[in-house]
Design a protein around this ligand. Sequence first.
Ligand code: NAD
Length: 322
Amino acid sequence: MKALVCGAGGFIAGHLVSRLKEEGHWVRGVDIKEPDFGPSPADELLHLDLRDPAQCQAALAVGGGFDEVYQLAADMGGMGFIHSAECEIMRNNALINVNMVHAASQAGAGRYFFSSSVCIYRDMEVGEPELTEDDAYPAFPDNEYGWEKLYAERTAQAYGRNTGLTVRIARFQNCYGPQGTWRGGREKAPAAICRKVAEVAGASGAIDVWGDGSAVRSYTYVSDMVDGIVLLTRSDLEGPANIGTSEYVTVAELVSTVAGVAGKEIEPRYIPGPVGVQSRNFSHARIESLGWKAQVSLQEGIALTYPWIESQVEAAADEALA
Ligand code: NAD
């Protein structure tokens, strides 16, 4: 089996490449940049800019064609980036998504997976009943990133209906784990909080946290996400499927989970910042109908992630001193 993984230098796609290699497949990764954390386990990693139609064609050019194409390349980041880079998000991601699905259909790819996001849903009140995939419409995403994802979902589905390409779409909830971006402005809340806690010298201290700590989220560990991606891609499930855990916590609870794992007394100092939506509560009935269920709790996932981010923080501090 031959698989193409777009965005293979990034976080989730990097873990996906490792999974596909463990399964024994031949994997080509594609990214505009080198992987941030060590060499890719892909059989080959091509440096291509997938905004360009010709480079999408080059990504797909292989003898016999690709059985599976995973499209996870995106210009993206956490809420800070989403609110400060609207034009880049709209332009770069629309170009990548339109050109990749077109090239995949022309190249006769087998299955085409697209990584959408629960950012396509509207904001929710705390305690609201869960949203199903159909509740995406009438559409009212909270940010431009969500609108672009919705457009890209529809584009992929149109190609599925009209060209015979087998399209599978997941709407990811927040994903975290080792080898995710942890600094620089694109990091997401779990990584940012792990970093800030790791930077607290000694056994206690305060960290800045955007918002008032009451926003409700769920955080999905990367191995669970990869399980869902592979299962969905090879399934008969048409239409988008949410992938995420139903373990919903407030941002304040996320901070105390990280503090507990770190063994530090942490006082959150709530400050104004781009928090995003107030609450989340999604149905997972569709992905669970395939036998998927999140295996890793937030406590377990942070216990796997915090030491990795702590080691990155320590290595960066050593580098700065050298
Ligand atoms: P990431 O930023 O770590 O990986 C994305 C990769 O795409 C990066 O390595 C980047 O260099 C690459 N890329 C960007 N522009 C490119 C271009 N023009 N050509 C080729 N490669 C390009 O992000 P991630 O967290 O691993 O997310 C993967 C996918 O999942 C994205 O589509 C993202 O929108 C989606 N998603 C992620 C989350 C999350 O919590 N991480 C949540 C919802 C959806």
